[in-house]
Design a protein around this ligand. Sequence first.
Ligand SMILES: Nc1ncnc2c1ncn2[C@@H]1O[C@H](COP(=O)(O)OP(=O)(O)OP(=O)(O)O)[C@@H](O)[C@H]1O
Ligand SMILES: [Mg+2]
Length: 286
Amino acid sequence: MDKSIIRAKTLVEALPYIQMFNNKIIVIKYGGSAMIDAELKMSVIKDISLMKLVGIKPVVVHGGGKKISEMLVKIGKEPKFIQGLRVTDDETMEIAEMVLSGNVNKEIVQLFEKQGIKSVGISGKDGRSIIAKKKLLDGLDIGWVGEIDTIQTELITALIENDFIPVIAPIACDENNNTYNINADYVAGAIAAKLGAEKLIYLTDVEGVLRDVKDKTSLISKIKVDEIQRYKDDKIIQGGMIPKVDCCAESIKNGVAGVHILDGRVEHSILLELFTNSGIGTMLMP
Ligand SMILES: Nc1ncnc2c1ncn2[C@@H]1O[C@H](COP(=O)(O)OP(=O)(O)OP(=O)(O)O)[C@@H](O)[C@H]1O
Ligand SMILES: [Mg+2]
């Protein structure tokens, strides 16, 4: 078939999906190595720009764990994690805020603006959009690691209504103005629930949830919320995947209809998930 006809057909096939998601909020958690590789980064930005241009309202929440760790190593500090959460002393907190709110956040905004897409970068501190509180890990104090106390959507909604893509860094204050680093997975989940998002998409650096992390063919394409605990008990889901699946479960309970964990290393994985019927990655189900 003529190449241009195939292209036209592809567009027409996307039409029902474009109609379905028109005017709907879709929250994308952007993390892992899709944030490091320049080409992949551009491909993610283009996918989200396209979503915006066909009438979807994307909200981006980003991580940047790998960049924080790189910077810590540069200053001679060893990154430490317990159950996928970063142990965060004063110095680590300062670095995390500089890297996330400064470097990573503004770079994403700049890439959208380069595509002609209006975008504003904020952290949870702006407009007091996220109020944090200290997170204890089974009673253990791991420093300035926060959990979400409250989400206030006033600023985020104002940005969406004025046609901007909000780009949110997972940094927030508590009531006493202490700064906290919050795992971006929690932020994305809580914001999706609070905004009544249609979908929540976690872009990460693996195929999805794998039965065996070392075997990329072991993808679990559907997980029911009530199966998560068993996967955790069996040590199938570990480390950075724990907060992700926990947030997926929480968001589903809070009414987000479609929750997906996708491979950010696959070019256009967001478009494949949203606009075609070939489901990729792991879908979380009630
Ligand atoms: N069952 C599993 N399937 C897939 N990945 C798993 C599993 N268990 C643990 N993991 C780990 O979870 C990691 C993904 O979480 P990670 O926190 O590293 O990335 P991210 O959340 O996408 O990025 P960031 O933390 O920077 O926002 C994978 O790279 C993998 O090592
Ligand atoms: Mg993570």
